[in-house]
Design a protein around this ligand. Structure first.
Ligand code: ZN
Ligand code: ZN
Length: 299
């Protein structure tokens, strides 16, 4: 996972903060020390989205004196996801069960979620809105809402330097997970495809992703990801065939190799995002039941 240190005429800022483990904190401190910077020299941290590998260490930086900034509705979502009451975990458990996930796979989720929450600092970010300007140590950037990977994921565009801080929105080698969860926006994959098109033609010469190496060809990479999801949508229709199937069965067809319960949950959420997108396009219907089933609409 990459956190980017931004040096401007008026000091230092970070984009994303990394999971809070002892090891990651040591890496961050060593990286800053190499650049002869103290943790307390980081004046501002922008967090692209609520995932633990991005938000995790933000509170540590906040306590060292940085202002943590996040897209306003993503702050509320983060509070819900990392809340102590486990409401979000329970809703997700019920959601996966409704879509055919076996109990043996679903069961471990609570512990894994709680365990992950321990690696996310408590933090009180300053909210910022889509389109607002954000100063990073003297460099002007603009916040752009890019829903899909999470509902309120946001990127930063530095128009002057033609740089995009992409978070998990556009990654060079892997495609970001886009899942349907119980409190997701209506069509997360539709959101994701639209926000890929939204960033495609930005005047950007350098993309700084949160995972993998920086790259230059933003439109080329966006086109690959759009093509990938077209193919996955077609494969989803094929996996249903002429039968009524639950989403878990479809996920096992689309993702034949899954190495852990964790991967199975991501695969199911991703499959559900594709099914929901097809449903909104009128190409499949969901049939209520235990589990819910899906069927292709034949014209
Ligand atoms: Zn993420
Ligand atoms: Zn990430």
């Amino acid at each position: 996972m990459n956190a980017y240190l931004v040096e401007g005429a008026r000091g230092y800022a970070l984009v994303d903060a990394g999971l809070h483990t002892a090891e990651a904190e040591a890496v961050l401190r060593a990286g800053l020390a190499d650049a002869r910077i103290d943790l307390a020299d980081v004046r501002r941290v922008f967090v692209t989205h609520l995932h633990p590998d991005h938000l995790g260490m933000a509170g540590t930086l906040e306590r060292a004196g940085a202002e943590v900034v996040m897209h306003r509705p993503e702050i509320a979502a983060a509070r819900r996801v990392w809340a102590a009451d486990r409401d979000e975990v329970d809703a997700t458990y019920a959601h996966f069960e409704r879509h055919g996930m076996p109990r043996s796979v679903n069961e471990g989720m609570r512990e894994a979620w709680v365990e992950m929450g321990r690696r996310v600092d408590k933090v009180a970010p300053r909210p910022i809105d889509d389109g607002d300007e954000l100063d990073l140590g003297g460099r002007a950037t603009r916040v752009a809402w890019t829903p899909g990977h999470t509902d309120y994921h946001a990127v930063l565009v530095d128009a002057r330097e033609a740089v995009l801080f992409a978070g998990d929105h556009v990654l060079p080698r892997i495609t970001s997970n886009v899942g349907l969860y119980p409190r997701s926006r209506d069509d997360p994959l539709g959101d994701f495809l639209a926000s890929l098109r939204k960033v495609r033609d930005l005047p950007v010469r350098r993309v700084l992703p949160a995972h993998g190496e920086p790259f230059d060809d933003l439109p080329g990479r966006v086109d690959q990801i759009l093509a990938h999801h077209d193919a996955r949508l077609a494969a989803t229709v094929d996996a249903l065939g002429d039968a009524e199937r639950d989403a878990y069965t479809v996920a096992r067809t689309l993702f034949p190799v899954l190495r852990s319960a964790h991967e199975e949950r991501f695969a199911l959420a991703e499959t559900l995002a594709h099914l929901r997108h097809l449903e909104r396009a009128g190409r499949v219907v969901e049939i209520d039941g235990a589990p819910a089933r899906w069927r292709v609409v034949r014209s």
